[in-house]
Design a binder for this molecule. Sequence first.
Ligand code: FES
Length: 106
Amino acid sequence: MTDYTVEFVSTGDTITVSDKETILSRCLEEGIAQEYSCRVGMCLACSAKIVEGDVTQPAARGLSERESEEYALTCMARPLSDLKIDRGKYPPSIEADGGQPAPADD
Ligand code: FES
């Protein structure tokens, strides 16, 4: 198990997240006010823009492959490096669709 630092750029909050847990689960344990709803990678409520670093999120079905390179669904995403993320930022597909989640790539 490896621990990584996750910094929320908008607030400066920093937490430690292992590569075995999701960013959201650690936020909930640490009392960080990260939004979420479905917790299964579909609704995008927990989206954050990846400013720096890498995550793995193979079950983030609400994101296209390209979106998953720039955005993390924190309910599914586990860190692969130290991270800087900007929570409450959503992929352009959801912004352009009046707030409706993008269809999953199947
Ligand atoms: S809470 Fe729904 S995608 Fe993360």
